[in-house]
Design a protein around this ligand. Sequence first.
Ligand SMILES: [Zn+2]
Length: 564
Amino acid sequence: MTELLIKNGFVFDPLNGINGEKMDIAIKDGKIVASVSDQNAKKIDATGLTVMPGAVDVHTHIAGGEVNTGRMIRPEDHVKDVVRKTAITRSGTGYSIPSTFVTGYRYSKMGYTTVMNPSMAPLGAKHTHEELNDIPLLDKATFPLLGDWWFVLENLQKGDLEGCARHVAWIMETTKGYAIKIVNPGGLESWGFGRNVHSIDDVVPNFDITPREIVCGLAKVNKMLNLPHTIHLHTNNLGIPGNYVTTLETMKALESVPNDGKPICHITHVQFSSFAGDNWGNMKSAAEEISRYINNHNHMTFDMGQIIFTDTTTMTADGPFEFTLYQLSGHKWVNSDVETETSGGIIPMHYKRKSAVNATQWSIGLELALLVKDPWKIFMTTDHPNAGPFFAYPKIIAWLTSKKARMATLAKCHKKAQKKSLLPSINRELSLYELAIMTRAGQSKALGLKGKGHLGVGADADVAIYNINPETLDITQKYKTARKAFDSAAYTIKDGKIVVKDGEVVQNVDGRTMWLDVKTREQLKVDEEMKRKFKEYWTVEYENYPVFDHYVKVPEAITVKADV
Ligand SMILES: [Zn+2]
């Protein structure tokens, strides 16, 4: 029996409405409890420190085919960031695509305890889970790419939502997945023929279906299956000037799906989907248009996809978009088509303050986060590593909480971007409470993670403690001090164990991999059908495909009962 008592910290726990109150947090056997005995418990004196639930990342590419291929085509990325072993941690490499162990250490050092790998080709599921198994200190889950999977397209085309739902349930169990990921719906199947879709009403070749029908169909299927998270969507025309129109049309199309006033879709890295203008010369922010829509509707959540000025690596299932990036940049690239399922591409990218386009993108991400009034609707991400590496999060925190910090960066940006930026007109500075929503509570709620993102009794004992005294430190002015504190947590506690102290990993524990065991009425029938279909549709045998239970090092199956 292990007991831990965190004493006298300033607690920010938005899911329980706690806003900086001085209080104790008690932990027993890996869970938050009402109290522990003062005598037996190990104590952490958190006087003058900020206590939050462990941070949660809703969208970060940390494992699987794209990530590993990215590592292979970019040796220059690792040689500049070699990580030595310590008595506790293993050696590894960064920078933008860190090795598995380093990924765990660097997240944990910032107070993160749960991360979502949002983009898994089902055919690559075994590899993805092998890498997730290797990432220490974090609970994880992974989202299979299903927006262009033939069984989704075929069933939706026939109007058979139940059939589609049963196949989605099958693949969730078979790949040990957690949520439905949709990337450039219809565009990835088109890419198999060197084509793309350019609006939500373009027809996908060989399948008489449109992106609108795929997105709305899967949002309905998601509800039929009672999945904890919504559909997780990378919109059509991502990264193209003028694409905010497509984003607005997509959000409006989703109004047709019954939603009970609750989110039914998460649009990821919305910065990349909020461009106005019609070419790269006149590209500008559509943050006002997009945030106005978000402020007036409740059926969606979002994450930022914030640009960081650094050398990074883009990787996405959006093969046609990566081809466009290749044409723009001329950089080395990888592109692939995954039979019956998805596509993918990887290109190095260096975002520069002196590029008018990059600096405008940087501004758009922050404008969106600050113009959306409700922090429960938009979460902090960089779409790691697409818009920048995750370890830059403390910089984003500084920009969100301090106008001084963001104006200092804007002053170094391309003059054209400075002139177009909405940031000088935005005075909002997020409070620690709002920040706790955007970095853990909101993400956890959107993901349907009941035991995470809060410090209520029964929650997982995942806690982050930062060296910030809200009574004496004005983070709007001393943003560099705050940035340092968020970069190196005073303590990170995972499942009740102290794993980080003063920014250093002091103990190694394995995180769990959460996956959905979705129970449908015709599970066996679907399995029999898929065994037959493998001969027709795939180049691999059925027997080689499923991720069996023992492939997952520390599995946490979440049972979901569906009425189909
Ligand atoms: Zn992504």
